[in-house]
Design a protein around this ligand. Structure first.
Ligand code: TYM
Length: 339
């Protein structure tokens, strides 16, 4: 596939039997319902039709200050979440970013085709740099590492939530620019964002997305939350005063978020579901039940996993990931054609 003289560098796999999907998640505390409904359930489904490559992006987590070892354990926890939801390490490649050194090497090449102004316009950078006292250069160049993650695997499809749309579009721009400069080397990927659930909102502050770093933990449902916690979080979910159940994300963000969660969990339609309720109480109760049912088997599987087993499985995952990444990096090196 690669060549020594920089010639003959095909942009796609030689026999792409199935498209390749790649995505990643940061190991920063347990996975929440937003991650699951917005992205991870798609990772699981795509295993039937694509070659999946799924990565716990530990280097990304270092873009804000962390204690030594903090990311290490969080990585194991994130992998357990992924196994529990149904990522099958025999069908997909499941691995940790820092185990495949090519990610950082390709990042440099991405930084050299990325414009400073483009990075400055990234909304995630703007949001995160406003809420952090120390803004690292890594936080600024974060999207170039993300681009390298994706491009290193000749990725066709990137299943993500809506908040990653801009990063995937940026990745496409970088791939096209790199190809214009060096030849047809990188596959230009597309995002896969679900119609419903792409932006699950915080239960306490439905104007903002559900996130691990929310002001109040009460607004974020974790996959590992107890039944009592989940019930309480939904019961206390912020709605509004006019007591009408209607799907209207602009004017009724809290109620619409509950309808979205219920719809995604039950394969329903939020507008149709709304017509079945005249009060908030029953809607909250049904959303609670739907999520408890969804999470019960996940929590059961998760409890059966132990750390040594996970570490072993990740070593195999890293080998499989390298087998894809190394030839792509070889192609990049050949195309750039340094001495
Ligand atoms: P991260 O770790 O913040 O989130 C993982 C995935 O969950 C989605 N997500 C949501 N979807 C719906 N509603 C929400 N409230 C919500 N919160 C999070 C995210 O869109 C994401 O798909 N930069 C990425 C990680 C990354 C990556 C990559 C993703 C690194 N390299 C390469 C794809 C491809 C991030 O921080 O995701």
């Amino acid at each position: 596939m690669s060549s020594d003289d920089g010639q003959d560098v095909p942009a796609t796999r030689e026999s792409p039997i199935r498209p390749r999907a790649f995505s990643g998640i940061q190991p920063t505390g347990t996975v929440h319902l937003g991650n699951y409904l917005g992205a991870l359930r798609n990772w699981v489904d795509l295993q039937d039709t694509t070659d999946g490559v799924y990565c716990v992006v530990d280097l990304h987590a270092l873009s804000v200050p962390r204690e030594p070892g903090e990311v290490r354990q969080a990585t194991i926890e994130a992998v357990k979440d992924l196994l529990a939801i149904g990522i099958d390490p025999d069908r997909s490649i499941l691995f940790v970013q820092s185990h495949v050194r090519e990610h950082t090497e390709l990042t440099w090449h991405m930084q050299c085709v990325a414009a400073f102004g483009e990075l400055r316009r990234m909304t995630q950078f703007k949001d995160k740099s406003e809420s952090n006292d120390f803004v690292s250069a890594g936080l600024f160049t974060y999207p170039t590492l993300q681009a390298a993650d994706i491009l290193l695997y000749d990725t066709d499809i990137v299943p993500v939530g809506d908040d990653q749309r801009q990063h995937v579009e940026f990745t496409r721009d970088l791939a096209i620019r790199f190809n214009n400069r060096y030849g047809d080397v990188l596959v230009v990927p597309e995002h896969r964002i679900p119609e419903a659930g792409a932006r699950v909102m915080d239960l306490q502050n439905p104007g903002g997305k559900m996130s691990k770093s929310a002001d109040s933990p009460q607004g974020t449902v974790l996959l590992t939350d107890s039944e009592a916690d989940i019930t309480r979080k939904f019961k206390r979910a912020v709605t509004d005063n006019d007591a009408e159940v209607r799907f209207d994300p602009e004017r009724k963000p809290g109620v619409s978020n509950l309808l979205t969660i219920l719809a995604v969990a039950t394969d329903g339609d939020p507008v149709q579901l709304a017509s079945g309720y005249s009060q908030y109480g029953p809607l909250k109760a049904d959303a609670t039940q739907a999520i408890l049912e969804l999470l019960r088997p996940i929590q059961k599987r998760r409890a059966e996993l132990d750390d040594p087993e996970v570490v072993q499985l990740l070593a195999r995952g890293a080998d499989k990931a390298r087998a894809v990444a190394v030839p792509v990096m070889d192609r990049v090196r050949a195309a750039v054609n340094l001495l």
